[in-house]
Design a protein around this ligand. Structure first.
Ligand SMILES: NC(=O)C1=CN([C@@H]2O[C@H](COP(=O)(O)OP(=O)(O)OC[C@H]3O[C@@H](n4cnc5c(N)ncnc54)[C@H](OP(=O)(O)O)[C@@H]3O)[C@@H](O)[C@H]2O)C=CC1
Ligand SMILES: CC(C)(CO)C(=O)C(=O)O
Length: 334
């Protein structure tokens, strides 16, 4: 069945997925902006992987309300941008539309589904949960996690640097959209991409988060690629402690044994600059709150000590503030 699929934020991850979905024959459109949008309109959207370049020509716009109602909206913006596009996502939805969020960190819908008092959240997380719950709603939501290394090489061109490891895991947040989640996984499955429909998606969130807290948090502060974090001895304790703390918070929420062997997991990422490090270098708003802030909030709530995560959180927030890329206004200055 051909589906109407809009990729909202067709950057590194979204652009990769948009190309593969268009290749598979789906009716793909993309929401993009600036020079990237102009390039896609002019010459199409290209993905370079394993020495091959594939170019597709999706309808491209910066105005989601100009597109028809979709079967699936695939949201792939960085998490600080989510609140600002809640209305734009809603404009693409009819009663049956599913919205898949393929992002790193603790997703808004997972946090919203936890039995947690509203005042447990830091202001940024509370605002994100509120906006997405109101405008999109959990009942149409699918979660997505990318194990795939990509960047935007130039406007209109996505570079994939992990051609032998492109795994995307999806799981419905609500049973109602299970068939569309299965259809999305089928649409993406191919020789070049391993798409998985997970029955235990919430465990996958924590597993991926344990990796991102280390490679994202420490990588962004040190400038080191994931592989180098492992081979630089002074970082050994910090890396291990951050990793263990995420595992302890996950366990407090019933997700036991989520930690895979640290060295193998980080080494598999290779010589890649984590997306948070890329954000710091390119002066884009980093995903500090969904990667580190949420873990800190949940640790505090359950009485699980997270001193390393709290230190990384304070330092990344401060660094982002100094660089003028803090995801949200600093309450101390308002
Ligand atoms: N890159 C990677 O290898 C990996 C990324 N991830 C995760 O995937 C998610 C997406 O990351 P990634 O693809 O790297 O991010 P990118 O910044 O490359 O892509 C996001 C895109 O969304 C666009 N965008 C943001 N807001 C709007 C808007 N209001 N209207 C139109 N376009 C908009 C951005 O445009 P602009 O550039 O103008 O801001 C950008 O092109 C993140 O959660 C990340 O952590 C996970 C695994 C690996
Ligand atoms: C590719 C990977 C796993 C590296 O940390 C990632 O998720 C990211 O870049 O943020």
């Amino acid at each position: 069945m051909t589906m109407k699929i809009c990729v909202y934020g067709a950057g590194a991850i979204g652009g990769h997925l948009a190309v593969r979905l268009a290749e598979a024959g789906h009716d793909v459109s993309v929401v993009a902006r600036g020079p990237h949008l102009a390039a896609i309109r002019e010459a199409g959207l290209s993905l370079q992987s394993d020495g091959k370049t594939v170019t597709v020509h999706p309808q491209a716009t910066d105005d989601p309300s100009s597109l028809p109602t979709q079967d699936i909206v695939l949201v792939t913006v960085k998490t600080p941008a989510l609140m600002g596009i809640a209305d734009g996502i809603a404009a693409l939805c009819g009663p049956e539309t599913a919205v898949a969020f393929c992002v790193n960190g603790l997703p808004w819908w997972y946090l919203a589904s936890l039995d947690v008092p509203q005042d447990a959240w830091s202001p940024a997380i509370a605002a994100m949960i509120g906006a997405l719950t109101e405008k999109v709603g959990i009942s149409r939501t699918i979660g997505g996690i990318a194990f795939s290394a990509n960047h935007v090489e130039a406007p209109g061109l996505i570079m994939n640097s992990s051609p032998t490891a492109n795994r995307f895991v999806f799981g419905e947040a609500d049973e109602r959209v299970r068939p569309l989640c299965a259809a999305l996984v089928e649409a993406l499955s191919s020789d070049t991409l391993d798409a998985v429909h997970s029955e235990t998606f919430e465990r996958e969130i924590w597993k991926k988060l344990s990796l991102n807290c280390v490679t994202g948090g420490i990588g962004a502060l040190t400038g080191m690629t994931s592989r180098n974090l492992l081979i630089f001895p002074p970082l050994a304790d910090l890396t291990r402690d951050a990793w263990l703390e995420v595992g302890a918070v996950a366990a407090a929420f019933g997700m036991t044994d989520i930690l895979a062997p640290l060295k193998e997991t980080v080494a598999r990422v290779g010589n890649h600059k984590s997306s948070m490090l890329q954000d710091f270098e390119l002066r884009r708003k980093p995903e500090i709150e969904t990667l580190l802030g949420g873990v800190s909030d949940l640790g505090r709530l359950k009485g699980v000590p997270v001193p390393t995560i709290d230190t990384l959180l304070a330092l990344t927030r401060a660094r982002a503030e100094t660089l003028g890329i803090a995801p949200f206004p600093n309450p101390a200055q308002s």
